[in-house]
Every structure is written in structure tokens, then in C-alpha cells.
Design a protein around this ligand. Structure first.
Ligand SMILES: Nc1ncnc2c1ncn2[C@@H]1O[C@H](COP(=O)(O)OP(=O)(O)OP(=O)(O)O)[C@@H](O)[C@H]1O
Ligand SMILES: [Mg+2]
Length: 404
């Protein structure tokens, strides 16, 4: 429904039917979430040319129009993208050279964003209203949500002003409420939150094996990076100024538009390759072959940080059909209670050859452009022994071929 609405709005604006799209998703989306997003696109009558990670889309929008990127042999330009939105905080380090970008590392705090600020303010008002006006908004969902909406508005005002008022008429039990909050007061309320701000920044630097000095610029996007205390905390961590050259609200959509234009045959766009990385390691497991008792039964095929898209060839020696399973190797990294199981693949048509020897089965495991795993094709390599005539040498050193 949501995608259909977006499709209709876009078609109306462009005065053209819309079919091909690039959709951005958080970098922490798993295989099943990505498949669901593609299915949702199809149900809405859209052809999803690519799912792209949010900050990768931002990076594409940033890089594709830059004419001063280093050449292929030069030191790349390293940019840290910091995106803090409503519920989610992502930091990515991306290296740029002419015509390409490489994501080096991505770290997320899935529970950090504007809504945490709104909640802290609302909790403050709930206490204040109880004391001053003798009403308990925690006991009344409607009053709570009206307070929450007023808190969000107030938070935005406080980004540009030292103090902000709020008043809600007849909040509950016919009581009108009013309050004033200063920016410093808000900053005290969200202090525990602000203390978490450096965590993803430290993580992403450690994963990319880089230091603050290696980062050439820090690009801030997402609505919550308008909060002065957030800006200050990030700037303090880096010890240098932040860049706000991208449109904070539209940077991802702009990157998606470029990505879609690159993939669509309808547009001509400057070549720009995008290399993302695997965020969750994937391992394959299989049943041991009865004929090979010392065979391993699992292997991490895609490691965290592997370039994506990526294809790996797995080789098995088998005399019978067999199955293999793919799962996320580190379930504790996955969001919520997502099942680490990714898929089961059956390899059919396997049999021993005429000499009762193993068939060599080669399987192509591919993490595609969308970050979705498939075992694309299996093929069998048959070892054939061909007898060839061997030249015979006489005592004079002459070579002759035996009569066939
Ligand atoms: N001027 C402002 N000052 C403070 N916060 C703001 C301001 N403008 C927007 N926000 C907050 O930014 C958040 C929305 O940001 P954004 O649009 O980047 O989120 P999103 O991309 O929809 O969410 P997410 O990335 O978490 O899925 C909201 O919490 C909103 O209150
Ligand atoms: Mg966002």
C-alpha cells in the first residue's frame, strides 16, 4: 500500500508511468527482509532493479557528481557518512576514486534516533504534568500521543532556538497544559543517549582499520543530525568540522535515483561502480559424505566485510544427491529475533561415475546486487580418462608412433 502510494505520487509528478525502481533499505536488513521488500515491490507493480543500503545510496549521490575525485592509483578520498533518522543511526566509511566507490565498513545503532529524544521529553512532561496539573498522561494513550507529538515539535524548535514553549488544550480531564523547555534542559534529559553517539563511530573506524586522521570529511544526513548537541558530539569526536553539503532529508532518495538511472536502459549516466560489503557472515553446512569421513561439514563462505555482489564456487566430491544449508554465522548480530537460517539447497542428479569414483560438483553461491543469497547453478565436472598413444623411442633416438 505504501509503495503503491509512492508509485502513484511519483507517476503523477513525472507525468509518466513508473515501473523500474531502486529501493533503499537499512544496511542491517537480512536476507529475509530484503526478499520481503522485493516481493512488496512486485506486489505494488514495481520492478526492483536494485535494493541498496541507505548510506551507500547517500554515498553514490555524493560521489557521482564530483569531478575532483582521486585517480585510480592515488590515495582514495575517505568520507564518513553519518545518518541519524527517526529510529536508526548508521555510520559508513566510503572510499572514493574516479568512477567508483567502495564501502569499507558500516556500523549501526538500531535504537538511536529522533524518537528517543521525543520519548525523553515526553517522560519529562508526564512527570511535570502530574505534579503541576494532577493528570497522568501515562495512563491515557491519547493524551500520551498528543504529548509526544508536541514534544517532537518542541524538539525541532529547540534545534534553532535556546528555549521553546508548548501548550496543549484539554489534554485530558479538561485540563489545559503549558510548559517551557530550554535547550540545555533537553540536553540533560538526553545525556545517556548522547553518550552512546560515539559507539558506532568507534566501531566503524575499528572495522575499517582506520583512524580519525584517515577520514577526509564527515557528511551528516538524517533529520536528527539537526540537533545541536548531536552535531557537537560528533564534531568533538572527530576534532574537526562537519560537512552538511548533502540535503539531509533527500540524500538517500537522490542516490537511489542515480542508482536506478545507471541500471535503467532509458537513461545515460556517467559510469560509476558501487561496491558494498557483507554485513553478516554467512556459513554453509552440509551432511558429511559417508565416503569421506574426515570431510568438514561447515564453512563460512561470506565473511563480514567481503565485497558485495560476490560469487564463490564451492566444490564437493559426492556419489549421491545432497543438500546444503546456509545460515548467518553470528545470530547475535541479527536484528530482533530474526531466524539465522537463510535457505536450503538441494543438489540433484549426482551419482558415482562408471568407475565408482566421486562426481565433482561445483556450486555457485552468489550474494547478489540486493544482498540476497542464492545458489545459482551447480555443474558437474566429469573426469574422463582418455588413452593416448605414447610415442616409442628406438635406440637411435628416433620417435615413432605405434601402429594404431
Ligand atoms: N529541525 C530538527 N531538529 C531536530 N530533529 C529533527 C528536525 N527535523 C527533523 N528532525 C527529526 O528527524 C527525524 C526524522 O529523520 P529522517 O527523516 O532522517 O528519519 P527516517 O529516515 O525516516 O528514519 P530512519 O532512518 O530512522 O528509518 C525525526 O525524529 C524528526 O523529529
Ligand atoms: Mg533514514
Amino acid at each position: 500500500m505504501y509503495l503503491t502510494k509512492i508509485r502513484d505520487i511519483t507517476a503523477k509528478e513525472l507525468k509518466l508511468p513508473v515501473s523500474d525502481v531502486t529501493i533503499s533499505v537499512p544496511a542491517w536488513f537480512t536476507d529475509v527482509q530484503r526478499r520481503a521488500m522485493i516481493d512488496a515491490g512486485e506486489i505494488a507493480g514495481l520492478k526492483v532493479l536494485r535494493l541498496i543500503n541507505d548510506t551507500t545510496a547517500t554515498a553514490l549521490g555524493y560521489g557521482i557528481t564530483k569531478l575532483d575525485l582521486p585517480g585510480p592509483e592515488e590515495k582514495p578520498r575517505r568520507v564518513m557518512f553519518v545518518d541519524i533518522g527517526y529510529s536508526d543511526y548508521t555510520a559508513s566509511i566510503v572510499e572514493f576514486r574516479k568512477g567508483e566507490l567502495n564501502v569499507k565498513a558500516t556500523a549501526c545503532d538500531r535504537h538511536f534516533g529522533g524518537r528517543n529524544f521525543d520519548k525523553a521529553l515526553t517522560e519529562h512532561f508526564a512527570d511535570e504534568f502530574k505534579e503541576k496539573f494532577k493528570i497522568d498522561v501515562r495512563s491515557n494513550p491519547k493524551a500520551w500521543s498528543r504529548t509526544l507529538a508536541a514534544a517532537e515539535k518542541m524538539k525541532k524548535v529547540l534545534s534553532a532556538n535556546p528555549a521553546a514553549p508548548m501548550s496543549i488544550e484539554s489534554l485530558m480531564e479538561d485540563v489545559d497544559v503549558r510548559a517551557i523547555v530550554k535547550r540545555e534542559e533537553l540536553e540533560v534529559m538526553v545525556k545517556p543517549l548522547l553518550e552512546r553517539i560515539t559507539v558506532p563511530l568507534e566501531q566503524v573506524l575499528a572495522e575499517a582499520k582506520l583512524t580519525i586522521d584517515d577520514i577526509d570529511s564527515i557528511e551528516m544526513v538524517g533529520g536528527c543530525t539537526r540537533v545541536p548537541a548531536v552535531k557537537d558530539a560528533v564534531a568533538k569526536f572527530f576534532g574537526k568540522g562537519l560537512s552538511f553539503t548533502l540535503n539531509q532529508d533527500e540524500a538517500i532518495a537522490r542516490g537511489c535515483a542515480f542508482s536506478c538511472a545507471i541500471l535503467s536502459p532509458v537513461f545515460r549516466v556517467r559510469d560509476f561502480s558501487v561496491h558494498d560489503i557483507v554485513n553478516y557472515p554467512i556459513e554453509f553446512t552440509w551432511e558429511q559424505s559417508a565416503d569421506i569421513p574426515d570431510e568438514d561439514t561447515s564453512l563460512t563462505v561470506f565473511n563480514r566485510g567481503n565485497v558485495m555482489p560476490s560469487t564463490k564456487i564451492l566444490t564437493f566430491y559426492r556419489k549421491q544427491p545432497f543438500d546444503l544449508e546456509a545460515r548467518y554465522a553470528k545470530p547475535e548480530m541479527l536484528p530482533g529475533k530474526i531466524n539465522p537460517w537463510v535457505g536450503r539447497f538441494s543438489v540433484k542428479g549426482v551419482k558415482a561415475d562408471a568407475n565408482d569414483d566421486f562426481m565433482i560438483c561445483k556450486l555457485k553461491a552468489r550474494l547478489n546486487l540486493h544482498g540476497i543469497l542464492n545458489v545459482e547453478s551447480g555443474y558437474y565436472v566429469e573426469d574422463m580418462e582418455v588413452e593416448e598413444p605414447v610415442p616409442e623411442e628406438n635406440e637411435n633416438g628416433e620417435v615413432s608412433f605405434p601402429f594404431p
